[in-house]
Design a protein around this ligand. Structure first.
Ligand SMILES: NC(=O)c1ccc[n+]([C@@H]2O[C@H](COP(=O)([O-])OP(=O)(O)OC[C@H]3O[C@@H](n4cnc5c(N)ncnc54)[C@H](O)[C@@H]3O)[C@@H](O)[C@H]2O)c1
Length: 363
């Protein structure tokens, strides 16, 4: 395949537009079609594009038009399962925004249906591709800190933004905050630990955000803070500290891992902080000092989205998998287990108990 990779965006809202901005700065890729039910989203997306594209309101017509090599599915979470079943009538490569689906059951149904699908199917997990996070993972997997024992991830940020039709205000449409937002972090934990989750315990609530909002007479029901502990089969313990009423945090994510011989930590700057670089700090137990490495991201890449350059790097890897006919770096199984840990954490809070991952039939 020597031509540019032709992308069609299904769901041209906030995240769809971040994908457009990144594809626009990748030389061997182009957006050829947009599909959205909202005129406003189409209008905003067209403003980001330098070339003419085909416009669709119904993704079934986009599938029938057969004009794209790859579809990005960036519609609201609850629509993913239906969109996926329909776009599988094509043979296009699929980049599916996280969470893969809102429930383990839907993820498993899609996984089963996709077994013989000829295209690359990739769950979009942008946090894997943030340069400081990638560097930290490399050091952990190189055993710089010995055998990993403890991993903690803190996300302190602003509340959920307003989305088209405010679909992100209700658990039924998102899967719940710990699925919708935190599947990213559970995916990272599993990637870093190189192990499968055994059990999950969580404590959380909706204490501050969206309590004065109503939609068709209903108040939003999504958590705005939680602590989640995940125990892995290989003994690694991971911890998530989520707070969504912490605007103006300098760093949106802080990651810290401790192994048998040392500790490594890094931070991901929040968009509004204006900070472009991150530091990786490593302290070894038998040394008097620590080392620091600064990870810089190209400003052009930083400006193409809200995820510290990660969407750009995710696309370059996705394109490589398409061109080389290789397996996705983030598989459906990865997408499914990230949702399962999030679902387990939501159950843990709702039922006030430890949830064993064996309660889900994940084999
Ligand atoms: N990776 C990340 O960090 C990240 C960040 C934000 C959003 N997301 C994910 O991206 C997806 C979209 O979220 P968003 O923030 O862009 O929401 P959004 O509401 O801004 O955009 C969703 C778009 O989908 C359109 N849409 C809805 N139903 C449709 C249909 N049947 N056919 C075509 N278009 C349809 C809407 O009109 C809207 O324009 C979600 O799955 C979300 O979880 C991921």
């Amino acid at each position: 395949m020597t031509d540019k990779i032709k992308y069609a965006i299904i769901g041209a809202g906030c995240m769809g537009q971040e994908h457009i901005l990144n594809i626009e700065i990748i030389e061997d890729a182009e957006v050829v079609a947009l599909c959205d039910t909202s005129e406003q989203s189409i209008k905003e997306s067209l403003e980001l594009l330098n070339n003419e594209v085909a416009i669709f309101e119904d993704y079934n017509e986009l599938v029938r038009a057969n004009i794209a090599d790859a579809f990005i599915i960036a519609t609201p979470n609850f629509t993913h399962i239906d969109v996926l079943k329909d776009v599988m009538k094509s043979e296009a490569h699929l980049l599916i925004e996280k969470p893969l689906c809102t429930t383990v059951k839907d993820c498993q149904e899609f996984e089963e249906l996709s077994k013989k699908y000829p295209g690359v199917i990739w769950t979009a997990m942008e946090y894997r591709y943030m340069p400081p996070v990638q560097r930290m993972i490399q050091e952990i997997h190189n055993k710089t800190i010995g055998d990993l024992k403890m991993l903690s991830i803190r996300e302190h940020r602003f509340p959920f933004l307003h989305k088209v039709d405010d679909w992100n205000r209700f658990t039924i449409k998102t899967g719940g905050t710990l699925v919708e937002k935190c599947c990213h972090f559970f995916d990272l934990m599993r990637l870093i630990a190189k192990s499968e989750p055994l059990k999950v315990y969580a404590s959380g609530n909706q204490d501050v955000n969206h309590l004065d909002e109503t939609y068709d007479g209903m108040t939003p029901d999504i958590l705005d803070n939680a602590f989640v502990i995940v125990d892995f089969e290989n003994g690694v313990r991971a911890f998530l500290d989520l707070c969504m009423f912490a605007e103006n945090s300098e760093y949106q994510e802080e990651l810290c891992a401790v192994g048998s011989i040392g500790k490594i930590e890094t931070e991901v700057p929040s968009n509004q902080s204006g900070i472009a670089n991150s530091d990786i700090r490593i302290g070894l137990r038998e040394s008097d000092s620590s080392t620091k490495e600064t990870i810089a991201v190209d400003i052009k890449i930083l400006e193409a989205g809200h995820h510290h350059g990660s969407t750009y790097y995710e696309h370059t890897s996705f394109i490589k998998a398409i061109r080389n006919n290789t397996k996705p770096e983030v598989s459906l199984k990865d997408g499914l287990i990230a949702v399962a840990i999030g679902e387990a954490a939501e159950i843990s809070i709702n039922e006030d108990r430890v949830v064993q991952m064996s309660e889900f039939n994940l084999e």
